[in-house]
Ligand binder design. Structure first.
Ligand code: NI
Length: 137
């Protein structure tokens, strides 16, 4: 792994990280913790239904409000995360984040985790299928 991350030598303000890019649904890696990435993303509108077969996925809402629809045991429900809220999507559960008014979020998941999961619906053009981009802040 040679990807440059912001944790090489200095702390980074999340506000600086968020100010360094504009792309939606396109996570940046701000630091790593053992085998996990801490990623931040700007989001608006809908992501795609997907599931991560091998890992939970942690969300923290830094700004705005995020909704996550979940399909569990044949039923669908939606959780709402106002600013400052945390939620973990369990491993294997189909989910679709969306943010009608936009949000800035932080995610915590194993390095290499694909943003659209291991199973997903057709990926719309506005969703970046990525394991996270280096932060250039
Ligand atoms: Ni996910």
């Amino acid at each position: 792994m040679s990807r440059k991350t912001a944790d090489d030598s200095a702390p980074i303000a999340l506000s600086t990280a968020f100010a360094s890019f504009e792309e939606l649904w396109s996570p940046r890696i701000v630091t790593r913790v053992n085998d996990y990435d801490v990623r931040v993303a700007k989001v608006a509108g809908e992501h795609v239904w997907h599931a991560h077969d091998d890992t939970d996925e942690f969300f923290l809402v830094v700004e705005g409000e995020l909704h996550i629809s979940l399909r569990e045991d044949g039923a669908e429900r939606t959780v709402t995360l106002p600013r400052g809220s945390v939620f973990t999507v369990p491993q294997g559960v189909e989910h679709r984040p969306y943010a009608p008014s936009g949000a800035s979020i932080l995610m915590f998941e194993p390095t290499g985790t694909l943003s659209v999961g291991d199973r997903h619906e057709e990926i719309p053009g506005h969703v970046d299928a990525t394991t996270g981009h280096a932060l250039d802040a």
